[in-house]
Design a protein around this ligand. Structure first.
Ligand SMILES: [Zn+2]
Length: 81
C-alpha cells in the first residue's frame, strides 16, 4: 500500500508553515514599492491551513498605488497599416 501521497502532503504543509512563519517576521517600517517607489501600507492577512487548524496573522505590504485595478487602455488611434 502506497502512502507517498500523504507524506508529500505533509512536507508541503510543513513548507507552507515555514514560509508563513518567515513572512510573519518580515515587517519593515520603511518598505517601499519596487514598482513605483511609494511607501507601502501594511494590511493584515489571515492565512489558515484547512485540516490541521494552523493559522497565521501576517502583515503584508500593499502598495496603495499599484494595487489599483489596472484598466486596459485601448489604443486611442489604431494605425491601419
Ligand atoms: Zn507601487
Amino acid at each position: 500500500m502506497k502512502n507517498s501521497n500523504k507524506s508529500t502532503n505533509g512536507v508541503m504543509v510543513e513548507q507552507i508553515a515555514n514560509f508563513l512563519d518567515s513572512q510573519s517576521i518580515q515587517y519593515r517600517e520603511d518598505a517601499s514599492c519596487e514598482s513605483c517607489g511609494s511607501k507601502m501600507n501594511y494590511r493584515e492577512f489571515h492565512f489558515w491551513l484547512a485540516g490541521n487548524g494552523m493559522a497565521w496573522n501576517i502583515r503584508l505590504p500593499v502598495c496603495a498605488i499599484c494595487v489599483q485595478p489596472k484598466v486596459n487602455k485601448l489604443p486611442a488611434h489604431r494605425d491601419a497599416a
